[in-house]
Design a protein around this ligand. Structure first.
Ligand code: ARG
Ligand code: ZN
Length: 844
């Protein structure tokens, strides 16, 4: 059933300490608990309830007296003393048959846990809610050589180990690992001179050679959090464990981060530049949670964005500092628009702080994470760097050790800066992407900019009211010189006019610089004005965005009337490509087109019904036009982007490879794949190898290379995920479902491994025209597999069901087919709560 934010009540009992003993066995693990409870003076009730699911209760006692509690499918109750008491229990669980990958489970012979959000209740009976924080002591008994838990090692002997975590924490941050593992060790000295032991743990074998990069990223993250936020690490040891079967990217368990192996293991031969960058960011993200998430946690799951939005914002700052702020901002906005805007403008739209949920795992969304991070960015823009720093210092000071709320967070900003944030707070409660439209005029040296805002209705929220929208604006003159540097306009009303005085002529405005707010800008500019900004804007984000908008307009025209692309656009691209002063990474981004899904949304915004096949054709045609228009320059730039010396994943080298590979994919449209075959044959790193293979597959070639790739990498799961995914994402639309179906018959396909399942079906969703092929074959195939997967892994099934969330955009025929697929999933007997909630919301 639905749980509401407004129904929050404090816990009836608090926990002073908890001692756990694990006797590990694949199907008969015993968990003994000793929990010291005390009545919560702030509670409104004295009802004693412990969460517990899929547990076999062996025995229980209160203050040493054996009891027989009342047990249901979701927990247990019993009468308890009106004073502090000790509850003890022994339960049995079966990690080896836990395919949901939540609670304690096994992955390749290794025991591991995932407790966020509500997985601890599958380990033992406990008040499994984040506002119950306690000190944990853990004993693990097993013959496995490596036994890990949170905090500091306390003692160990033959067949057992004990851990003590001095920092009170909620149960969702509990973790345990047991396995035959080897460590990649290192050390870090904190700013106050404390020596910390660091380890990345992997299974013996190839993975041992893939830890070095992650370890460097960890040390950089630790240093950065000290330098930028004044945050020091607070235990003697920090462990990271790589796990092959994992539902998400990684988890910030106190002192024992558990990672999807794809989010930590890297080597030049097996990982792409994008993999390296993602790994660095995720390691930073999980490490930063130690303060924003663990030391200060969330009062309840409605406050999830308190830790996730802030931690994403922090990892974005970190990546910008380590690499390039301009490129990072563009990358982040690409993701935001592609995924968060899609969510915010469809049936799954919800506020950054949701007001209700059925299954909290369904709310680990791009809205909570990425829009949550955008809100922090807007706050920082509004109060300034100094104000932000003061507010964060106050936040850590005031709330260390707390389970806090968004109100606490905003209060800190109000107290530190004196600013009233009552209207700004609406960013947390009002769903939907605001549209900001622009009109302007000029007279007698004064330029007037009129901004209007409007947010469309979203499920459960018909009426919207104006938000505080920081709009960064700069003005250029006709020569392309900046005459008014970036200024933040605060749009707080439905419509507002801002003026700029003392101008000699009508300026060209550059609006929403740096993407200063997560809104859709509706600004009727001519292609000439856009081309002008693409050539001259001093704000790198807006410069890129001018090119992107231009490309989108060209694509829309081509979809609508089979037109040939505007030469002003093609000439603009050529000038940009030839500008050797520009960062190669930036040029690569400027040369990439909006996604086909973005084009579909743009058509919806214009009141039209998108045809994925027509969009695909327009994208293909435009790519070919670009290749032809840039033809003479491609080989020169391709050669210039050669990186010599041994492979390194740094931003500069990666940027060069990125632009070089853009050239390659354009060249392959003209040379039949000659250059790509050659690059494939000579590449000494995965970035070059995979880009060459993709270029070949996209022109219908590369069968031999594909076979050779499999031959060479069949033993490496993470590389094979790429092999599976690439075939689906590069398939022609009419073949995509067939290719995906055939891959599910491959001996290395397994739906028990979320990475492998996502490799195939995530790629199918990403192949927009293939997913929406008029036959409906992809819809049916995905529905078949989601129905199968749901019985094993509800979380991943629910997440993947979002592939259908755009169904209402399309024509009647596609709508009917998608709706039928959704209804077929919905009618599956014993469908999980996770998937039921998602499918119901998508159907609307
Ligand atoms: N807190 C983790 C992170 O963002 C995500 C884990 C969420 N897991 C889940 N099953 N909902 O780093
Ligand atoms: Zn996180």
């Amino acid at each position: 059933q639905k749980i509401y934010l407004k129904d929050y009540t404090p816990p009836a009992y608090l926990v002073d300490s908890v001692e756990l003993t694990f006797k590990l066995a694949p199907t008969t693990t015993r968990v003994l608990s000793r929990i010291a409870f005390r009545p919560n003076p702030d509670a409104q009730s004295r009802d004693f309830f412990l969460h517990g699911e899929q547990l076999k209760l062996i025995s229980a006692s209160i203050d040493g007296v054996s009891i027989t509690p009342e047990v249901t499918a979701t927990g247990l109750t019993h009468t308890v003393p009106n004073a502090p008491f000790v509850f003890e229990a022994e339960v049995e669980i079966s990690p080896a048959t836990n395919t949901a990958l939540e609670g304690l489970y096994m992955s390749n012979g290794m025991y591991c846990t995932q407790c966020e959000a509500e997985g601890f209740r599958k380990i033992t009976y406990y008040p499994d809610r984040p506002d119950v924080m306690s000190v944990f002591t853990v004993r693990i008994e097993s013959d496995l050589p490596v036994l890990l838990s949170n905090g500091n090692p306390a003692a160990k002997g033959d067949g057992w180990a004990e851990w003590h975590d001095p920092w009170p924490k909620p149960a969702y941050l509990f973790a345990l690992v047991g396995g035959d593992l080897v460590n990649h060790p290192d050390r870090f000295t904190t700013m106050s001179g404390k020596d910390v032991e660091l380890n990345i743990w992997v299974r013996p074998g190839d993975d041992e050679q893939k830890c070095a990069f992650g370890m460097e990223a960890l040390k950089k993250s630790m240093k950065w959090d000290e330098d930028v936020y004044g945050r020091e690490y607070d235990l003697d040891i920090f462990n990271i464990v790589a796990v092959d079967d994992f539902n998400m990217g990684a988890m910030e368990n106190k002192g024992l981060n558990i990672f999807n192996s794809s989010a930590v293991l890297a080597s030049p031969e097996t990982s792409t530049d994008a993999n390296f960058e993602r790994i660095e960011a995720i390691i930073a993200h999980e490490y930063f949670h130690n303060w924003t998430g663990n030391r200060i946690t969330c009062r309840d799951w409605f406050q999830l964005c308190l830790k996730e939005g802030l931690t994403v914002f922090r990892d974005q700052q970190f990546t910008g500092d380590m690499r390039s702020h301009a490129v990072k901002r563009i990358d982040d906005v690409v993701v935001l628009r592609a995924h968060q805007f899609r969510e915010d403008n469809g049936p799954l739209a919800h506020p950054v702080r949701p007001e209700s949920f059925v299954e909290i795992n369904n709310f680990y969304t791009v809205t909570v994470y990425e829009k949550g991070a955008e809100i922090i960015g807007m706050l920082k823009r509004l109060v300034g760097d100094e104000g932000y720093k003061n507010a964060l210092d106050l936040y850590f000071d005031r709330h260390d050790g707390d389970a806090a709320t968004i109100e606490d967070w905003l209060q800190v900003f109000e107290d530190a800066t004196g600013r009233d944030l009552s209207q700004f707070a609406k960013w947390y409660s009002q769903a939907g992407t605001p549209r900001v439209s622009v009109t302007d005029s000029y007279a007698d040296g004064t330029y007037s900019l009129t901004l209007s805002q409007q947010t469309p209705a979203t499920p459960d929220q018909d009426k919207k009211t104006p938000m505080v929208i920081p709009v960064a604006v700069g003005l250029l003159n006709d020569n392309g010189d900046e005459i008014v540097p970036t200024r933040i306009l605060e749009l707080t009303e439905a419509t507002q006019t801002f003026t700029f005085d003392g101008l000699a002529s009508k300026p060209v405005p550059s609006i929403l610089r740096g993407f200063s707010a997560p809104v859709i800008l509706e600004h009727d500019q001519t292609n000439a004005e856009r081309a002008f900004l693409l050539a001259h804007d001093t704000d790198p984000f807006n410069r890129w965005d001018a090119g992107r908008t231009l490309a989108q307009d060209v694509l829309l025209q081509m979809v609508r009337e089979d037109a040939t692309p505007d030469t002003a656009y093609l000439d603009g691209l050529l000038a940009l490509l030839r500008d050797d002063n520009l960062d190669p990474a930036f040029r690569a981004l400027a040369l990439s087109l909006p996604s086909q899904d973005d084009t579909a949304q743009a058509l919806v915004d214009a009141g039209e019904t998108p045809d994925p096949t027509a969009i695909y054709r327009a994208h293909e045609a435009l790519t070919l036009h670009i290749a032809q228009h840039l033809q003479d320059t491609l080989p020169r730039i391709y050669a210039d982007m050669t990186v010599t010396g041994p492979y390194a994943p740094d931003a500069v080298s990666a940027g060069k490879r990125s632009l070089g590979n853009r050239m390659l994919s354009l060249m392959s449209k003209l040379d039949g794949g000659k250059q790509a075959s050659q690059q494939y044959a000579t590449a000494d790193n995965m970035t070059q190898q995979l880009a060459a293979l993709a270029s070949l597959l996209k022109i219908g070639k590369g069968a031999d290379e594909l076979a050779a790739f499999e031959q060479r990498w069949h033993h490496d799961r993470l590389v094979m995920d790429k092999w599976f995914g690439l075939q689906v994402s590069c398939a022609a639309p009419e073949d995509a479902a067939k290719v995906a179906a055939k891959l599910t018959e491959h001996s290395a396909f397994t739906m028990k491994n979320p990475n492998r399942f996502r490799a195939v079906f995530g790629a199918l969703k990403g192949n927009t025209a293939g997913f929406h092929d008029p036959s409906g074959a992809s819809y049916d195939l995905l529905a078949d597999w989601l129905i199968k997967l749901d019985a094993l892994n509800p979380q991943t099934t629910a997440r993947m069901s979002t592939s259908f969330d755009t169904w209402k955009r399309y024509d009647a025929d596609r709508q009917t087919k998608m709706k039928a697929a959704l209804q077929r999933i919905d009618k599956t007997p014993n469908l999980s709560r996770d998937t039921t909630e998602m499918v119901t919301r998508i159907l609307g």
